[in-house]
Ligand binder design. Structure first.
Ligand SMILES: C[S@@+](CC[C@H](N)C(=O)[O-])C[C@H]1O[C@@H](n2cnc3c(N)ncnc32)[C@H](O)[C@@H]1O
Length: 184
């Protein structure tokens, strides 16, 4: 509650989400970032929440209905699908928070290309690079450092624009960590 309706909002505003943004939350899970983004954009913008797990949408729907949010669009994805059903150049801000470790390099590259396609020119791609070699290594990022991941994203045509550190939510635990914004 404190995270969803206070700290999460403060952090995402600091990261750069504005009230008129169309936000894409890729791998939204139960909405730890979807809900704060939806609150920031509730009057003038929207959030597309994407996951492969339908039950996570029910958790988000229940919470958002309770507090009167109606600007979240849900997109159920297939595990190996990177062709998102979203118009070209239509999104202001893509979040890939604590999700890139699920994908091997070739799939991550497909994802970066898809984010490039859906982002407006000058749009922001924001990454929370959890589970790299230097931060609870796991899965496909276990053997690469955060710096290597940042270079990999830059090699896909993005330009690193800012690093924002503060209190972040990782599976319900609040930890000090950083996200990285890239400009399309
Ligand atoms: C570790 S959770 C992170 C959730 C959220 N972004 C956060 O930081 O709190 C990763 C989420 O990505 C989802 N996911 C995994 N593969 C996916 C895919 N191909 N497309 C969309 N979501 C996916 C998982 O189901 C899970 O809910």
């Amino acid at each position: 509650m404190n995270w969803l309706e206070k700290e999460g909002i403060e952090f995402l505003k600091k990261v750069g989400i504005r009230s008129d943004f169309k936000v894409l939350d890729f791998g939204c899970n139960e909405g730890d970032y979807t809900i704060p983004a939806s609150i920031i954009t509730k009057d003038k913008g929207s959030v597309i929440a994407i996951d492969i797990d339908k039950s996570s949408f029910e958790v988000i729907k229940s919470y958002s209905n309770n507090i009167g949010l109606n600007n979240i669009i849900y997109l159920l994805n297939d595990k190996n699908n990177f062709d998102l059903n979203i118009q070209d150049y239509s999104v202001d801000f893509v979040m890939a928070y604590d999700v890139l470790h699920y994908f091997e390099l070739s799939k991550r590259t497909e994802l970066y290309n898809e984010f490039t396609r859906v982002l407006k020119s000058g749009g922001i791609f924001s990454v929370f690079p959890k589970h790299t070699k230097n931060d609870s290594p796991n899965n496909n990022l276990a053997n690469i450092t955060t710096n290597v991941l940042i270079k990999e994203i830059a090699n896909s045509g993005f330009t690193l624009s800012k690093k924002v550190c503060g209190k972040l939510n990782h599976y319900g635990n609040i930890e000090h960590n950083c996200v990285y914004n890239f400009i399309n």
